[in-house]
Ligand binder design. Structure first.
Ligand code: BMA
Length: 314
């Protein structure tokens, strides 16, 4: 389906950029990838379903951010060492990558019979990876870490799951990336709106001169199932608990056939974006939990929709 010219995100004309046929080991999907620039190359950590329905994380690399080659082996499979083994029994999902202090912090969902927790790992080179800690109790997903510290503290956005309130975006702080607290709710779904069912952080926050861009997902429930779309918010540079604006409108919705139909229909879901020196940004998203796609936007346009066409955060 054609996009209107007013779309903030321009889809890459050769989407999808990665699918299961590009992976040299057996997988059924390629989606929900974190992406970062490392030594001038783009590194992507993507999620794949195995044929038993559980997920692993693969690695792909690219010179231009559009054409990716997948590594010969998976990057992360469920751990065999405790305490991670118990909590990764059902798989590892939806990785985010944060460049921090000369290394890369990877946060991902660890699934088990005990629910979904956030696990944190680190790598310097994407050759080896070291699991550090499980950083939440159960029923959390979508943790993104800010690539800077605030008054000496690391900060993350995440999404606890609650029966009493629609699932919302929270912030927490840590002195060491392991112990987290000072938690506070920042952005809630908005009633009878495209994100009224639930929202969650998406890409690792992007630093701009006006604030931190937080590209998140929002879900609307219809008679035909849920629709996952992307939205954007801006947080204050020196204090990310201050939300400067949440764009009223979504910035991306499922439109291409591989976003509308797939493993889960009607899903665009981001775990990563890369800011470029020319003021553009590459935003990566999983289409229908099946393939990886990319689009580009102007950072100034994303800032503008947050500030000039915003809705209440809470
Ligand atoms: C969410 C997560 C995502 C997935 C989305 C759509 O709850 O499981 O990984 O992309 O649902 O299925």
């Amino acid at each position: 389906m054609a996009e209107s010219d007013q779309s903030i995100i321009k889809r890459y004309e050769d989407n999808p950029i990665l699918s299961k046929k590009d992976v040299p080991y057996p997988v059924e999907t390629v989606h929900n990838a974190g992406v970062v620039k490392h030594k001038g190359r783009y590194v992507m950590l993507f999620r794949s379903h195995l044929r038993n329905g559980r997920s692993i994380i693969g690695l792909a690399e690219s010179d231009d951010g559009f054409h990716f080659n997948v590594g010969p082996e998976p990057f992360m499979t469920p751990a065999s060492r405790e305490p991670f083994a118990t909590y990764e029994e059902f798989g590892v999902e939806d990785p985010r990558i944060c460049p921090l202090g000369g290394e890369y912090i990877i946060t991902y969902s660890a699934y088990s019979r005990h629910g979904a927790r956030i696990a944190l790992a680190r790598t310097r080179d994407f050759q080896t990876v070291e699991r550090v800690a499980l950083i939440t109790q159960t029923d959390y997903r979508n943790a993104v870490i800010f690539p800077e510290r605030f008054d000496g503290y690391y900060a993350r956005l995440d999404r606890p799951q609650s029966e009493m309130c629609p699932w919302s975006i929270w912030i927490s702080y840590s002195p060491d990336l392991v112990h987290w607290g000072k938690s506070k709710v920042l952005i809630k779904p908005f009633a009878y709106h495209w994100d009224e069912m639930k929202i969650g952080p998406g890409a690792t926050p992007i630093k701009t001169r006006e604030g931190w861009l937080n590209i998140f997902h929002g879900v609307f429930k219809t008679m035909d199932g849920a629709i996952y779309r992307l939205g954007v918010a801006l947080h204050a540079l020196d204090d990310p608990s201050q939300v400067l604006g949440v764009a009223d409108e979504w910035i991306l919705q499922p439109e291409d056939p591989w976003e509308v139909i797939g493993y889960v229909h009607n899903v665009v879901f981001t775990c990563g974006a890369v800011a470029e020196d020319d003021g553009s940004i590459k935003i990566y998203w999983g289409g229908a939990d099946t393939v990886m796609c990319v689009g580009t936007a102007r950072i100034d346009d994303l800032i503008d929709v947050c500030l000039s066409r915003s809705r209440p955060a809470l």
